[in-house]
Design a binder for this molecule. Structure first.
Ligand code: ADP
Ligand code: MG
Length: 475
């Protein structure tokens, strides 16, 4: 019976298969081809540099044991890195990696004698933050379903998440897009799905990544000419979670690469989970073809939690932190902080901190002070009164003057600016703006807005006014 590269490799595979997780075997060993056997050196072909790195980092021991069993102590493994250019052009090519100083080896291959030293050719495709974490998921175990309290505001998204976690890639919720305003639990829920999948299907490759980081990695990959490795890496993931996809807006290169990765995953029954601060229809500067993919599965909204949900979220948080707090205080906080969960948590944390640093008892007065600060600091809704005050201060006049019937040019301009900013920064109607700024009608306000628009594009000094006041209003 003749010994061939194939037969040696088959025996190795049999051994490896018995010793590692089936999914890992499928991912990392099935794609390998045995190509050549010279004496005791077996050459295998791997799909990418990244692949080679991964094998070296995670499976070098088992490779060594299996190959030594077949070929004896002098066994050597040679990697040949072949990359299928799956991106656009279908031409396969062989990537030539210059060999290190070891002269015995042919220069185009990566030769790895089993000397337990890592080969010098360690200049791989490094995906920051991923390679360091061996369980490459990047999931936060504290963000679990258990800790994600259910309420009317999140029921649909939460149950869809549970369904996806039970059968990743096997429901019609693919992609699952979770959207909603800041602090409403998008990131938490996205992690919870991943955590649950990892729990139920430990062999699945789950990856959580923010769209921002994804973009950065892509930019780096392009810089280092590693675009194919980047794509390949993402194409082997079973459950891909991308947080805050609105970040991709305007970034056409990243959108393009994501489009291809998405298609590949989707076609192969892999699960994609996305979060965004808006519904797909409201996303801007995202390519149409990508938006239409986003809508393929389910878009589930997270809304502001109602009072009961806010109370249970607070209680759960306090319970987990081992802090006791009187019921009426919890309710007071829940009643007054309505904007989002992050602020709710923030207020309760300040409350606990204040009371423990200052050795004050947590009572309703302390709660009132803290909640008030919180609401003031975070809401800062610009009112029409406030706008009039800022504008009159800027022109060193008082609000009465700004509102007066005079036709003096600089006063008229100040008034028009106040109207313009009231339109821009509040939700008030033209009529209501008019009635609050010197009892004018809606046509006057409309005219004011147009005048400001015109003047700021033709008059440099005037444009400066607009910019200065905008700054003052946005601090
Ligand atoms: P987003 O990503 O939408 O801005 P996060 O997921 O970061 O919001 O949530 C903000 C905070 O609120 C996190 O600490 C999260 O744990 C908490 N949170 C949000 N929704 C819930 C919920 N339903 N139950 C418990 N905690 C929640
Ligand atoms: Mg988030």
């Amino acid at each position: 019976m003749s010994v061939t590269a194939q037969s040696v490799w088959n025996n190795c595979l049999e051994f490896i298969k018995d010793n590692i997780q089936p999914q890992a075997y499928k991912t990392w060993f099935e794609p390998i081809k045995a190509v050549k056997l010279t004496d005791t050196a077996l050459s295998i072909q791997v799909p990418s540099k990244f692949f080679y790195e991964w094998l070296e980092e995670h499976y070098v021991k088992i490779l060594k044991v299996s190959l030594t069993k077949e070929l004896g102590e002098t066994a050597k493994l040679v990697y040949i890195i072949k990359m299928e250019n799956t991106y656009g052009n279908k031409q396969p090519f062989t990537e030539k990696i210059p060999s290190s100083n070891r002269s015995a080896v042919k220069s185009q291959d990566v030769d790895v004698p089993f000397n337990n030293k890592s080969p010098e050719l360690r200049n791989p495709f490094v995906i920051p933050g991923i390679r360091n974490v061996k369980i490459e998921s990047q999931l936060n175990p504290n963000y679990s379903f258990e800790n994600f309290l259910e309420g009317d505001s999140n029921r649909l998204a939460r149950s869809a998440g549970l369904a996806v976690a039970a059968k990743p890639g096997g429901t019609s919720f693919n992609p699952l897009l979770i959207f909603g305003g800041v602090g409403l639990g998008k990131t938490h829920l996205a992690h919870a799905i991943g955590v649950d999948i990892k729990d139920k299907y430990p062999e699945k490759t789950v990856l959580y990544i923010s769209a921002e980081k994804f973009t950065q990695q892509y930019i780096d990959a392009v810089k280092k000419n590693n675009r194919n490795d980047f794509i390949h890496f993402y194409q082997i993931i079973d459950v891909l979670i991308i947080d805050d996809v609105q970040f991709l807006s305007g970034k056409s290169g990243t959108q393009d690469v994501f489009f291809h990765i998405f298609n590949h995953l989707h076609q192969n029954g892999k699960q994609v989970i996305l979060t965004s601060d808006k519904a797909p229809v409201d996303m801007q500067d995202i390519e149409q073809r990508l938006l239409s993919r986003f809508k393929w599965g389910l878009s589930a909204e997270l809304q502001n939690p109602d009072f009961e949900t806010r109370v249970s979220i607070l209680k759960n948080k306090l319970y987990r932190d081992g802090v006791e707090m009187p019921e009426d205080i919890i309710e007071y906080v829940a009643k007054n902080i309505k904007t989002n969960v992050r602020e709710l948590e923030g207020a309760i944390i300040s409350l606990i901190a204040q009371s423990s640093f200052n050795k004050k008892e947590i009572n309703i007065d302390l709660a009132r002070v803290i909640v008030e600060k919180f609401v003031k600091n975070t809401k800062r809704e610009v009112s029409i009164d406030y706008i009039q005050k800022i504008v009159s201060d800027y022109f060193q006049m008082d609000v009465d003057t700004l509102q007066s019937k005079t036709r003096k040019r600089h006063i008229v301009q100040a008034r028009q600016l106040a109207m313009f900013f009231a339109k821009k920064f509040t939700k008030a109607s033209l009529a209501s703006i008019g009635s609050q700024i010197g009892k004018r009608d809606h046509a006057t306000v409309l005219h004011a807005c147009k005048t400001v628009d015109n003047l700021s594009s033709t008059d440099k000094q005037f444009r400066k006014y607009v910019e200065d006041i905008t700054k003052k209003l946005s601090v």
